[in-house]
Design a protein around this ligand. Sequence first.
Ligand SMILES: [Zn+2]
Length: 314
Amino acid sequence: MNGHVGCSVIVYYHGQLIHSEGYRLNDEASVYQAELSGLTLALRFVQSILHWDSVRVYTDSLSLLTALAAAHTTDPAIWRLKDTLRAIKQHRVISLHWVKAHEGTEGNEMADIVAKQATTKDSTDLVLLRPFNHINSVLKAELVRQWQDRWILTLNGRTTAEFFPQVSLQPHLYNRRIMQILTGHGRFPSYFCRFSIMDHDQCECGQRGDVFHYLRTCPRTGDLRSQLVFDPMYPPSLFEHTANIPILDLIVLRQASGLQALVGRLLAVWSVPLAVLALGSSIVHSPHPFLPMSSLTKTGGEDPVMYVIGRQAQ
Ligand SMILES: [Zn+2]
């Protein structure tokens, strides 16, 4: 409802709710960070109650428990939690358990309510460092914005800009003939003339032979052009329909065949470099040594039971 993030800790003792606390976090915090904060608060509470010899902590965050169970982590917050758990275990018994969310478990439902109530606070209680994926998305958005500004102002790549006026991190993969259309750097009289490979820039039909000539007016490619689905006055529409791609391929082949006799000796070495921006990410899957799932005794039993939760209110 409000997009805010909150976490909570509630504590049962001999089946009775004895304590609850909910915190609103900064909006950039992830749900995982909220769950992690909830557990941190729970352990802090445990440390403040020295006479509890045995404590069970429940969370519905499988990812948090998995991170704690893993032998390796690069997250300093997980290491801090491990250190705190180790310190508590020197004198007491503490165990972490997973409880399935939204299954009606009383403690989990209560923690959910408290966390959601915390998200409605007017101000934040805790401000966490922004998660890496948030920083990543902000930097990417800024990168694209600056790239777009340069793309509008630069004098280079204007043929490509006709087809792709908006920059994007989404890679477009086309074969070398389609790249000739996209860049204008291909077997076109205008391009050959520009580099003194031909002494004129005219198509066989007598008009200037650049890429847009073959896409809009040349009678030699008219039959193929009629099969294209696009607005001739809006070149980006040409690449909005994948069915156009093989037709464009044939257009380049046909107009190039007319030039082959004139510049055949150069065609063998002709190529258009294809640059592909690929954004890669590596995901390391750790093995899944998981903590034993306890018999859920809800709020009963002699031991204190804590439920920890992190939520983002949708
Ligand atoms: Zn022509």
